[in-house]
Design a protein. Sequence first.
Length: 356
Amino acid sequence: MKMTWRDEMTPKERMAAFARGEAIDRIPCMPLVTDQAYFFMGGDMSRYYHSAELMAEAQVHAFETYECDSVGSGPGLFGIAEAIGTKLTFPERSMPFVSEPVLKDYAQLESMELIDPAKSGRLPLMLKALRIMQERVKDRAGVGCSVGGPITTAAAVRGTDNFLKDIRRQPENVHKLLQFATDNVIRFIDALWELGIKPSIAEPTASGSLISERHFREFAKPYLTQYAEHIIKRFGSGPFVHICGDTSKLWQDMVDAKASVLSLDNQIDLAEAKRQVGDKACLAGNVKPYTLWKGTPDDVMREAKECLRETYGSPKGFMLSSGCGLSLGTPTENVIALMDAARTYGKWPLNPALFE
């Protein structure tokens, strides 16, 4: 059952103070709420993706139900690729997937134009949804927006299988595509800047499960750095970056690429991350999405407490979160349990005796 809490700060106040290194009432908690927000309202997912009003309604409803520290939406993994020309399929009860990548031959790049966020694909709908959210939450919370990373966006333009083969077979063309993808995402980042919305970066296709450490450094890192440098130029600080899977060999590269927050998957040892890079970037994570989906509220509370135990005293701070995006069908009571854990064990100043 949901506990009755009266936070001393609004999410907007808390996150602003946290960013400045000032005292806060409790640890920030930001479960990675994605399109699951509309699924738990019982709607047709294909309608959600084509309505600014539904996008905004679902995300604000989730924010108010969970009482979490963030609200937002955006193009996610494939929205920029779709705006470039890739075709997506929108199932009624699932998330969209790439059905026809636009780039059949690298010669096409010579004639492909950069997107216009005000006109291309569904980007105008997403920008409208973000404006509605800003109006709905006003002074309560900041609005965020997730964009696909360079590898993820380029793979959706080319097709993931072909893209991964091309890394070995056509590396020069892959770099051209990555720069094209990056230039397009930067255009959308500029549109977000005009709204005062700082983007986060989701880069699952750059996971160590899909590409090697060497390939990450050659193909992902330079373009991820371009993203981050542009975000720093516009917003004054580096982005929140999430990469799925085992990123333990990439943490320093993510820091070098100027990420200010490393969002870590649930298979990551947070204590080791704290030891290696906790003095260089804020850490976020990493309650298992599976536990949030299929576990009990007690299971969620137990894992959240362990996350806090492992990260207590991390020099650049810690945000309690899920290890990846929430699965469709994640029970509301389990997300609320994550928030309850932040308030039970994460009251500021943290008391390590509570983590035992």
